[in-house]
Write a protein that binds this ligand. Structure first.
Ligand SMILES: [Zn+2]
Length: 357
């Protein structure tokens, strides 16, 4: 057996999570530069500055990452003296801002800390960057980057973020369980893979249990226990699972039919701009379950989707059966299906979707 190393980032969660910044960041130097989204930095700035005030840490600048996670945006940031001179990067914001910081961290060999300000995806705790072109179209996945040295989740900031991010995040996160579970089906699992596969169940179960209340608390701006559980499932559990279930490009259980369904539909003009990724993926899970012959589980999840306002039928995502048929061949070729226990055909997709009209 070859050597391998598994690394998952530690985290702090709570209303005063940022107070822990000095404890972790001081290990890597004294100068930190903040790179993030404009709104995210506005929400986090005072809280970061107050947390480092009494420490040796100096926050040298707050820099907006741009609007897309692109190689060009990363290159522009890497030219800035404040970034070059920093000992570490504080990545503040949603997925795109944090993914951009991962590219900068790699190019300049600097550690980064993640400060997710929305609970919508696992970018803060994963080692993947989803890279776009400057015009917003998809460019590339960059896998196996360094992950954050620590993740700081301030639940008050999360509670005050727009609800739609959490809503979509719930759909995307539930998919992690169903996709990983199916991708790993029937395989002899090495330790870290088994950990990830077993842990993935918490992506779904935690949200089925706390998701509805978390959404209500997000609407009310309340940093509650339920909201913290939902944020942890979306950011941490999913990030850890995604790292644990992938060792290299050929041994990767991430991804599956729910995502293949979404990416296939993205070939429809304007689809990507008009739909939230996680919302469509949550319908994709229903397709995955029907195709997998698990109608009971599908109906159970439909009931959950109904409770939290996620899609239940095909018309809920504004798509027709003809449009699915037009995209079906792209879905079958999607790289999310490379490691799947059976070959997915166009007929199987359409048969499953017909049960969800
Ligand atoms: Zn996703």
């Amino acid at each position: 057996m070859d050597n391998y190393t598994v690394y998952v980032p530690s985290y702090t969660v709570g209303e005063t999570a940022y107070q822990k910044i000095p404890e972790y960041a001081c290990l890597y130097g004294t100068k930190a530069v903040v790179i993030g989204g404009r709104k995210a930095m506005a929400a986090a700035k005072e809280r970061i500055l107050s947390a480092v005030k009494e420490s040796v840490l100096e926050v040298t600048d707050f820099i907006c990452y741009g609007t897309e996670c692109s190689f060009e945006a990363a290159a522009r940031l890497e030219e800035l003296p404040a970034v070059r001179q920093a000992d570490m990067i504080f990545a503040v914001g949603g997925g795109k801002a944090i993914d951009t910081c991962k590219l900068v961290s790699l190019d300049l060999s600097k550690p980064y800390f993640a400060f997710p300000t929305i609970a919508s995806n696992c970018a803060a705790a994963s080692s993947l960057s989803i890279v776009y072109h400057e015009d917003g179209s998809f460019c590339d996945f960059v896998h196996f980057l360094n992950s954050a040295r620590h993740v700081f989740i301030d639940t008050r900031i999360i509670a005050e973020a727009p609800r739609r991010y959490l809503w979509a995040g719930i759909g995307d996160t539930c998919a992690k369980y169903y996709e990983v579970d199916i991708s790993a089906r029937g395989e002899e699992l090495e330790h870290h893979l088994a950990l990830g596969v077993h842990m993935s169940r918490m992506c779904m179960e935690t949200l089925v249990r706390h998701g509805k209340q978390a959404l209500a608390d997000n609407t009310a701006g309340r940093p509650s226990y339920d909201l913290a559980q939902a944020a942890l499932a979306i950011i941490i559990t999913t990030g850890w699972v995604s790292m644990l279930v992938a060792r290299n490009h050929t041994m990767d259980y991430n991804g599956g039919m729910a995502h293949a369904f979404f990416y296939g539909l993205c070939s429809l003009p304007g689809f990507d701009e008009d739909h939230l990724h996680g919302v469509v993926v949550s319908f994709g899970i229903l397709v995955l379950l029907m195709m997998d012959g698990r109608e009971d589980e599908c109906r159970r999840l439909q009931e959950f989707n109904r409770q939290v306002g996620l899609p239940v039928t095909l018309s809920d995502i504004g798509v027709t059966l003809e449009q699915v048929a037009a995209c079906a061949s792209i879905m079958t070729k999607d790289e999310d299906l490379i490691h799947y226990p059976y070959r997915v055909s166009e007929e199987m997709i359409l048969e499953a979707v017909e049960k969800l009209i």
